[in-house]
Design a protein around this ligand. Structure first.
Ligand SMILES: Nc1ncnc2c1ncn2[C@@H]1O[C@H](COP(=O)(O)OP(=O)(O)O)[C@@H](O)[C@H]1O
Ligand SMILES: [Mg+2]
Length: 260
């Protein structure tokens, strides 16, 4: 099995609209790779293609040698997915331990009965993320940063080789942002877990990320940050009128929205 994501000629239409068009790339892990692009660029759709939730209209997708649609159960064992937090249903008063346990059970075929060793594993994974004291707390009562850490624990419980995260830093406090980034970097360096993360803002991760993939329906650019985040590429991604500021070797797009 190769630690690579390979996408060839990917096309995705949703409701008759082209959302991803002729995408080609090859990502080698373990690395820390960020996906950036404006609101509606297709970032979440791309992650859903990689995790088998959306079937492409055209193209070949290989995640660590597996086809996300055909090999869904095998893929679930090696990939942890952290969806966008605001899309998660939190009205059911679930405890943290149950949220994390779901990460394990929903990847199993039926019957989905928790075993004793699963509970020990929950404690271990909460400890790894630094939130063991939240074990018995109600998920919906936690702060945004705490919830995000629980969702990361849930994605890690099955010992994945690749962790895919959709805007884990959006709408959480700065301290939690740092803790999460440092933790993800440690996973990459020490556990050799690949990290693929959609992020709205490059600032918090600029020192940690190995490569950036810039997307707006089409692939705009992919590679080292300083080569990708150029004024030309940012204008292609965010539109000709975006305000671009330069700081050191990097350019930043000032988009004004907070949910790119
Ligand atoms: N289930 C869906 N049905 C129809 N259109 C969708 C669906 N999900 C997303 N879209 C549309 O696809 C485009 C890309 O969405 P998305 O992948 O969520 O973008 P991003 O995560 O980059 O903001 C948007 O225009 C969005 O409205
Ligand atoms: Mg999104």
């Amino acid at each position: 099995m190769t630690d690579e994501i390979i996408i060839e000629n990917l096309n995705v239409k949703l409701n008759g609209r082209i959302v991803l068009e002729n995408i080609n790339f090859r990502l080698k892990f373990p690395r820390f790779i960020a996906i950036m692009g404006p609101n509606g660029a297709g970032k979440t759709t791309l992650l859903k293609v990689l995790t088998g939730f959306i079937k492409p209209d055209e193209g070949e997708v290989s995640v660590y040698g597996l086809n996300p649609i055909r090999d869904k159960f095998k893929l679930a064992k090696i990939v942890g997915y952290v969806p966008q937090r605001e899309r998660i249903e939190v009205s059911i008063p679930m405890k943290v331990k149950d949220v994390v346990l779901m990460g394990l059970l929903c990847k199993r075929r039926f019957p989905r009965i928790p075993r004793r060793e699963n509970l020990l594993r929950i404690k271990k994974v909460l400890e790894a993320v630094g939130i063991e004291e939240l074990y018995d707390r109600i998920f919906s009562h936690l702060s945004g940063g705490e919830q995000q850490k629980v969702l990361i624990a849930r994605a890690l419980i099955s010992n994945p080789r690749l962790l895919i995260l959709d805007e884990p830093l959006t709408a959480i406090d700065v301290k939690s942002q740092w803790e999460i980034i440092e933790f993800l970097k440690k996973l990459e360096l020490e556990e050799k877990i690949g990290i693929l993360m959609v992020t709205h803002d490059i600032n918090p991760v600029v020192e940690y990320v190995d490569e950036v993939l810039l997307l707006n329906r089409k692939l705009i650019a992919y590679g080292e940050i300083s080569k990708v985040l150029t004024e030309e590429n940012l204008r292609k991604a965010y539109g000709p009128n975006v305000r671009v500021v330069t700081s050191g070797k990097l350019c930043y797009a000032i988009t004004g929205d907070i949910h790119a």
